[in-house]
Design a binder for this molecule. Sequence first.
Ligand code: SF4
Length: 1023
Amino acid sequence: MDTSIAYDVVLLPDTDRAVAYRKRAADSGCSLMGVTVAAFGAWVRDLWELYGDGRTFVSRLEREALLRAACEGPAEGCCVDPKSGKRAQLDGASGRCVLAEAGDVRDGSGRCESAEGRIADDGVASAGAGETGALGLDRVAAACVAAGVGLPAFDAAVRDARQGVPVGAGALEGMTCAEVPVLRMIGGYLDRLAQLELIEPGQALALLPELLPQRPLRVLLEDAAPLTPGQEAFFSACPWMGVEVRAASGSQGPVRAPEGVRVRFAFPSGQYAWPALLADIVRDALGTVADRGAVPAAAAGPAAGDDGASSCEDAFGDADGCRVGRSAGTQAAAVVVAAKDPAVLFGRVAPALVRQGHVVALRGRRRFADTAFGRAICSLRRFLDEGQAGGVSHIEGYGDIAPTDVERWDRVDLADWALSPFSGMTRKAAFKLDADMRADRTARRSDLCARLRGDNPMFAAMERLALQLDVQAAAELEAAVRRMTNRSEAWRAEQLAALRALQRAADAAKLAGLGADAAFDQVQRLKVNVSRIVAPRGCDGAAFGAPDVLVTDQNTAASLGSGSCEVCVVADLTSGAYPAADPEDASRVLLEHLGVKRADSALARMRRVFFALEHAATDQLILERCLNDSSADPTYPCVVLEEFVDCYRDDPTATEDIDNPYSLPERLQDGMLLRGEDALCSNDALSDVPAPETARIEPPLTGAVSAEARSLVVLPRVLQGGQVLDEPCLSPSQIESYLECPYKWFAQRRLRLDDLDEGFGPLEMGDFAHNALHSFYKHMSEDLSEAKVTPQLLPQARKLMADVLARHKALQPHLRQSENRLIPTSQVEHRELAELERKLMDYLDFEAELLPTFAPKYLEYDVACGGVVDYAGHKLLGTADRIDVDGEGRCAIIDYKGSISGSYALGVREEGRLGKVQALIYAQVVRRTLGLEPVGALYVCYGRRKMISGAYDGRVIENAHLPNMRHKDCMCADRPFSDVLDETEEAVAAALERMLAGDIRPRPETPEACKWCPVSSCPERRG
Ligand code: SF4
């Protein structure tokens, strides 16, 4: 390294490499006195500060915000084609950019959700996806500005576009109608920059040659990527500079690994095996290194629990795990792991490695939305954002549906915020807030906000920041983060970095006159630096000169320099993680039309990085590719991995030698590292060492209640008047549920595996219908002095029903949640409620034909009259929906149903099943208590298809009096109806014995029982 002698300025491709260059110089004793070592961009910025006209460089965020504001400008704004009056716009559906009528613009931002990107002829352009996904017109323009401004051809085209030169003439030759408005918009943006006293780096680069002192300057571009057109133009305009370019190696493709470096390949079979195999590799590598004496192995102590993202103060293991680390030397770490997402990998492997006494470091970047602060503020903003879930959707059978207020926000978002460290709430309070919200369909966003605002200062600050980008709120939150001393310093630094990223995006949005939407859109595309070291407990990780393991990204690992580690593990080498193709986006096509070619390509960049990684290791190069992705689809090697493998093949055009799952020739399969996904526990624990047994837990007993708990199978009941009944006491519906499936009964009725959310389903609809029908008949007798609906009474009955339904609907919000109130919150639910009302109204016609010789006498009748009655050898209570009685002292039990299946008919007994028994149980009890003679136990369906099922005495009730019934399945004509009731009681008695003996084995009477059963993991599930 002879820079102290040869050069005044050394320029590196980025800051990381500049820092690494300085470190290497210091380590090798080379003086850099008087030598400027910087990234090219930073150097130009410094020159501009010294010799420029006082304007400040515009930041990327400011550029994007100002261009977005230009896109969102008025209909007659810059991005409108004056000739056609159409506006340049990226079309989300087709991915193409079009000159659309102003009124056709899909959203004001001109942004799109498209996936490709090329501005096309005839005023049509296609939008493109960059690495972050959708490109909008603003981002197309931003990319053009970053690459083109300052170049004569680009500047001339912008000028001509502003001056109205026709498309295809002057500097606009080769441009399309859709591109010219984009250039005009860029011209407007550059004017705005000048007003704000800002300048594009490209403009500065073009101006600097005139402003710089013309004295000799020796400039070295070290490790250089191909020069951009702007850089070329700059150096050509500065002939007094002696410029030497040392191109980064590897642009032509990988070469074989250096002599003495062992190459190995690692193939975890899937995502479960991936971290375990990488941990294995690192452990083995550290063991090998330690054997050679480079790293003294630590005595490992047991590790403390960790979230895998601890800082340098976070400690794992016992104090006796402490050891002396290496001082900072030429090596970055003994083992360097270059991963696509280093923060995720670090989180998975660091705790296990630290437990074994190693110091592990992370240097990487995390998406803003993946930081704790980012997640919390984004969740809260989604919750607060008024406009969420906008738009009308067409739903078959319901027509056009617009979201209601309740649908515009999601309870989950507030719960996510509440459970974050930025809510200032305890976990218990957060879970309670969640449970309260879920249990109340009437919860309103404004009420929740008012409640939280009142007693939670963190909410108030985050709300102001999320909605108004309030500077004071940001300061309050920064202070709050600094006070979180129970968190590691690295964690706090990460959150502060995220907070500042949001502030930068907010400042840029404010500069451009945009609102919080724009700031959040931008910040979600940002990444923040994350860096931390974790060491065994008692060791100060920060005091170690270099960690044993550095987990980082490919670029950072490549910048460490040749021979910087003993073992380099290059992970995630799949084509999905590292696609080699340059995105074909609209900006690229526009620049090409102006003759501005890209100097570099994604493939060339990948090759340079891979070359540097190959040479980073002195001992081993381990290349890892997960064989299957998270969807269990096979992965394919990335291009550079294929090229690297080809270096070792005699004939790269042949296919037979690499026709195997690893795509490797046999000679490279030596020492291959494999791991399957079958060993779930050891994969999860990241270790093959069996975990010490700390406790033995017997598998829970299923299908039976233990002898000790048997007395609790049925809990004591509190009767009306406060009397506690210790004897087992059941309702007909419980008995029916047990007969349907004992385990389902246990889960639903005894364990009460109910949802936390207040529902809007069959239970609530059923209760509403029952209450309405009860109220209807009550008013029939009170207001109309009639007990039964007859064809003649239908007009009055309908009027009465309408009145009843209106009153019941109004009553619902005033009921308690435990009363299964029916609260519609969306348009779909409102329509479902209207449909239910229609069904109940239509039911009156059916009712007028039903049992004309009987009349409703007992409504919602408590068969035990406040106490209990005897049935099947046990106590019973319950309420029959309706009992109709005729003049002869005969009765029919009516049970209302919203729908009816085949199991309701008496005929199922021929199949050896008992079927539904509720109405039969009531009939037997009524026979004893009221002295009536039951002749029917009927299930009457008020649903869309009005029908009846159950059992009836065919010798007493005429078939014509039971319309829409399969009489042959329900009629009992060959024996007394009372026999059916006795036989039912006997069967129920036997079932109750089993229940009280603790028999709760899953035994569905029909596959239908399993349909809505909450026991999701039941081995007996059918259907
Ligand atoms: S899934 Fe079926 S068998 Fe299992 S408990 Fe539920 S109803 Fe019974």
